[in-house]
Design a protein around this ligand. Structure first.
Ligand code: JD8
Length: 383
């Protein structure tokens, strides 16, 4: 990847000299250059700004120096990034997209901004992205260019020591915030490292980390938990303890049908009490769907070991069965499985033909080699 920076403050990019070269040179993955915009002025004052048409405070950057700089710098296939407070929000998904480009040219403005014709002109000759680092006002585009550079370059293959860690990160895969991390000593200033992390039980550690990540995200960034929605816009949201009663009611309604289909009442979901439901709501990632306030669907998932996502209790109100809600709940619970999950497992009634059709259509396969609860069959699917 080739990176070019156009700015009236080239020294702003000195940090690149620190962070990039070693790795870049070593891997041949990257080269970069910083350019002083004033190099494309021809007057003795090297003027890059002028007063705004239409009046108002401050100065605007003149178009001519940019035009001449682009004439020299913009080779075919280049992507020009104008960092601007009025740009599209920068996030991990955009970083992953920009990491696929061969050449990025950062146009870093100052003053009140750059003459709009520079952006319009650039769009005629190259891919242009106007990107904002965040909803706050900086004095120029350089800081944003540096931040975008770090977020993009670290995604380049061979750049990060262990690519695996990229998968687990916050915001990667539209995911959860980081779980808390600890290192030695086990006790520090009266603060202990959580015992589960020193248990050696990888399954329990993975489950604790996922539960912590979910809790943090719900507390700090509920927007990241934005529900996926049904075709009619109905959201699938995380269940709360307050949903326990309705979940119990829906569960009983749904498993009466399972009991009829499998000719047995010996089904845990049918036997559970209100407290049982409240109990497992704290252990499973549970999602619900409400229509006109009525809880009409639910599903749960949790880690079994390190890499298996245990799916269960897919419930759809009897009057809505056949509407596709079950399929959407099954897709959703797969989608929200943690990054490290490599397979899904679930079980249903041995005589529950409709459920088994739904799961097989979704790519699950019967697993006669795995132990199944009484009157049930197990199905699994690789992620
Ligand atoms: C480029 C000039 C300053 C902005 C008048 C203050 C990005 N997330 C972000 N916040 N601010 C910027 C940014 C600010 C810039 C320039 C980016 C060029 N300014 C201007 C408009 C109001 N002054 C940014 N990315």
């Amino acid at each position: 990847m080739r990176l070019d920076y156009l700015t009236i403050f080239p020294d702003f990019f000195a940090p690149l000299e620190l962070s990039l070269p070693g790795k870049a040179a070593a891997s041949g993955l990257l080269d970069f250059a910083v350019h002083d915009l004033r190099d494309w002025t021809h007057d003795r004052h090297r003027k890059v700004d002028d007063t705004p048409y239409g009046g108002g405070a401050g100065m605007v950057m003149k178009p001519e120096p940019w035009g001449e700089a682009f004439d020299q710098l913009l080779a075919p296939g280049a992507t020009v990034i104008f960092t601007t407070p009025s740009g599209e929000p920068f996030d991990q998904r955009l970083a992953e997209e920009l990491a696929t480009r061969e050449r990025l040219v950062f146009a870093c403005g100052r003053y009140e901004g750059i003459d709009q014709r520079v952006i319009d002109h650039a769009r005629e000759i190259a891919e242009v992205r106007e990107i904002s680092l965040g909803d706050y006002v900086l004095n120029g585009g350089e800081v944003a260019a540096l931040a975008i550079t770090e977020a993009v370059v670290r995604l380049l293959p061979g750049f990060m020591g262990n690519a695996e860690s990229l998968v687990e990160e916050s915001h990667a895969q539209g995911g959860l915030l980081e779980y808390p991390v600890y290192t030695k000593p086990p006790l520090w200033r009266g603060h202990e490292v959580p015992a589960v992390l020193r248990s050696g039980d990888h399954g329990k550690v993975a489950a604790w980390r996922h539960e912590q990540a979910v809790r943090r995200t719900a507390e700090r960034r509920p927007d990241l938990l934005a529900p996926s929605v049904l075709d009619d816009g109905t959201p699938i949201v995380r269940a709360t303890p307050g949903d326990a009663g309705e979940i119990l009611t829906l569960q009983r309604a749904c498993w009466v049908q399972e009991a009829q289909a499998n000719d047995t009442l010996d089904i845990p979901a049918l036997q559970e009490s209100f407290d049982d439901v409240r109990g497992w709501l704290g252990e499973w990632d549970t999602w619900v769907v409400r229509r006109a306030g009525r809880l009409v669907g639910a599903v749960r998932g949790r880690l079994e070991g390190e890499h298996t996502w245990d799916i269960g209790r897919i419930m759809v109100a009897p009057d809505l069965q056949g509407s596709g809600l079950g399929r959407v709940l099954l897709e959703h619970i797969q989608a929200v499985a943690p990054a490290g999950v490599t397979s899904y497992v679930l079980f249903t009634g041995a005589a529950s033909a409709r459920n088994q059709r739904l799961y097989k259509k979704a790519g699950f396969r019967l697993r006669t080699d795995l132990p199944a609860p009484p009157h049930a069959v197990v199905l699994s699917k690789r992620r």
